[in-house]
Design a binder for this molecule. Structure first.
Ligand SMILES: [Zn+2]
Length: 271
């Protein structure tokens, strides 16, 4: 993802959560004035938080009537974050923007190459993961989750309906971890719960030789507000829970894939 402005990691994650395919976002009027493009009717805006510098007024200083030469303090400025909506290129129509079209083409190229090598396998992994989830008596429901990709409640995993099969592996593992590690029942600290769930995803994906960049970003985002002295402890604690679960998932996935491969080979031989 690249954007017209410099987005904070928080905003990048916000955009990604709301519109996975976003490539370039701008505000409503910026599209019009800078690119001569128009947001299409009915397109939902993507919510981000824009920093707004605020200058504190010095009213009191101005009303000082003591006659003394007062020391003028510099205006204190602070930053407020105000919610604003932006729209992705794909949600607008109008003049072609060459630089964005090129980015889209490059990304599609990368996707095509990725699909050729791992796309099919990822689908396999997702299917095997769904098998494990069902084995544990956990239900899976697809519905519109708004800004979230996945959710766990009780013994049900919710996956956003926009997430394509084969692209849901990380979400399935993450929500599965929330349930298996009892986050939905025990009142687990939110940061602990997210670290444990996403560490599980990272361990499984790296065990399968898959890209774990999204996991790194997620873990970074959840741990950056933790006091530095406590961070290591929190991660060690999270590893304790996520490692055995990740091993269980990995074993299941590898066994399921191996069984599938064998079945396939037998079919080919039989044919
Ligand atoms: Zn979570």
């Amino acid at each position: 993802m690249r954007f017209g402005r410099n987005y904070s990691i928080n905003n990048l994650l916000l955009v990604h959560a709301q519109k996975r395919e976003a490539i370039w976002t701008e505000g409503f009027s910026a599209w019009k004035t800078k690119y001569r493009r128009f947001v299409q009717k009915g397109e939902k805006g993507i919510l981000i938080f824009a920093p707004v510098p605020v200058k504190a007024k010095r009213e009191n200083a101005d009303r000082d009537c003591s006659g003394h030469l007062e020391q003028v303090e510099p205006e204190t400025a602070f930053v407020l974050f105000k919610p604003v909506y932006v729209w992705d290129y794909s949600q607008t129509r109008g003049d072609r923007v060459a630089v964005i079209e090129n980015m889209l083409e490059k990304r599609n190229d990368v996707k095509r190459r990725l699909y050729a090598t791992t796309g099919e396998n990822l689908n396999h992994f997702s299917e095997a993961m769904i098998g494990l989830i069902r084995d544990k008596g956990i239900g899976i429901t697809h519905q519109d989750l708004g800004s979230a990709g996945g959710m766990a409640r009780g013994k049900t995993i919710y996956i956003d309906q926009a997430v394509a099969p084969g692209h849901d592996l990380g979400l399935l593992i993450h929500e599965f971890a929330h349930i298996m590690l009892d986050h939905t029942d025990r009142e687990a600290d939110r940061i602990d719960a997210e670290l444990e769930a996403e560490l599980t995803v990272g361990l499984v994906k790296s065990g399968l030789g898959l890209d774990i960049q999204p996991q790194a970003a997620y873990l970074y985002n959840w741990s950056r507000d933790v006091t530095p002295g406590l961070r290591e402890e929190k991660f060690m604690e999270a590893f304790k829970y996520s490692q055995p679960l990740a091993n269980e998932i990995l074993n299941h996935l590898n066994t399921a894939i191996a069984a599938d491969d064998e079945a396939e080979t037998n079919t080919i031989i039989a044919a």
